[in-house]
Ligand binder design. Structure first.
Ligand code: PLP
Length: 363
């Protein structure tokens, strides 16, 4: 690693890419498969790019075991645009989607939905700073869907399993997709911005059960044609120019995950990495966590030091160590170590040794 003088980026996203993926990008950069150009410079209608698009879908389908009844869409606008696109494409204005308000992005999704449907707050941990995944208690019987955030990036909580309910689930899995196994059949729709665990910014992946999408005609003029799933499906995510380079990077990332043994093998490593850090948080007096232990995320590990001053010292020592991105989410403070797929176990162990040393120094 040191040959490139790289830092270890524990940031929440855009996040680190695996070194072999970066090296493959470099290898392909000036002349992709003898085309005489990079993927960035290539027509999205060219046979070479069409092959990348189809292959990437197939690779993702295989890695995540996506059934044939689902469509995979490569869109733009981030996970944030899906906060609006989802209700606009799945329900009519008077229909209800239940929202579990488990974090910062969950709140945003709930707020955005108000323009397109009747969003219902069905579980909420706002008053306790989102320290746990709130339990769904009362489900109104006319709910069409329930929206959850699988992994709460800013907070450091996550669902271990999809909540059991008869109402079809929609999940924002932006920060854990491809980092842990997700049973796609548990969901009507899964979406994720690519820049955390699926590559680079600019690409949003939507995996949606085909038969649940409202026909474009029924949706009418409340959203542009570009934002209608039915239209995107009909044109293979190519109504206009898709984020070509980001799709190509996802393709390389899928190859890398396969070489690592698939998502289950990656999840095992991610579990081990997270445990290394949680063990130190639990063992050292210098660190505290307010997160309900059973809801701990394996992707974003959050903790606090005794006070603001110590947090600052921790961060400045981390900086000297070549660690970046450890500052906690702005409204929450403290420390957040994002341990996405590209962060190796060895790098996680370096953070662990550092945390032990700092705990001694700050005594
Ligand atoms: C990062 C993130 C978002 C926002 O993603 P954008 O791609 O920036 O719109 C939404 N939800 C979750 C869970 C995230 O981690």
């Amino acid at each position: 690693m040191s040959e490139y003088n790289r830092k270890i980026n524990f940031g929440a996203g855009p996040a680190m890419l695996p070194l072999p993926v970066l090296e493959k990008i470099e290898e392909d950069l000036f002349n992709y498969k003898n085309t005489g150009m990079s993927v960035m410079e290539m027509s999205h209608r060219s046979a070479f790019f069409m092959e990348i698009l189809t292959d990437t879908k197939n690779k993702l389908k295989k890695l995540m075991n996506i059934p044939d009844t689902y469509e995979i869409l490569f869109l733009q606008g981030g996970a944030t645009l899906q906060f609006s696109m989802i209700p606009a494409n799945l329900v009519m204005e008077n229909e209800k989607i239940g929202y579990v308000i488990s974090g910062v992005f969950a709140s945003k999704a709930f707020e955005a939905a108000g323009r397109y449907c009747n969003p219902i707050n069905i579980a909420d941990s706002t008053k306790d700073n989102f320290d746990y995944i709130p339990e769904i208690k009362n489900i109104p019987d006319d709910l069409k869907y329930i929206h959850i955030t699988g992994n709460n990036t800013a907070i450091g909580t996550a669902y271990k399993d999809a909540p059991k309910t008869k109402v079809p689930l929609i999940a924002d899995w932006s920060s854990a997709i491809l980092g842990q196994e997700i049973n796609v059949s548990d969901y009507a729709l899964i979406y994720a911005g690519a820049q955390k665990n699926m590559g680079i910014a600019g690409l949003t992946v939507v995996i949606v059960k085909k038969d649940l999408i409202l026909p474009a005609g029924k949706i009418g003029n409340r959203i542009p044609e570009l934002l209608k799933y039915e239209k995107q499906i009909a044109s293979d995510s190519m109504i206009n120019t898709p984020p070509t380079f980001a799709i190509y990077v996802l393709s390389l990332l899928c190859d890398w995950i396969s070489e690592m043994g698939g998502v289950s093998a990656i999840e095992k490593i991610n579990q081990e990495k997270a445990q290394i850090i949680y063990d130190i948080i639990d063992a050292e007096d210098a660190y505290t966590s307010t997160i309900n232990p059973k809801d701990r995320s394996i992707m974003n590990v959050t903790f606090n030091l005794k006070n603001e001053e110590m947090t600052k010292r921790f961060l400045s020592m981390a900086d000297e160590e070549g660690f970046v991105g450890l500052k906690g989410y702005k409204l929450r403070g403290g420390i957040r170590a994002s341990l996405y797929n590209a962060v190796t176990k060895e790098e996680t162990m370096r953070l662990a040794s550092f945390m032990k040393k700092v705990a001694r120094d700050l005594k």
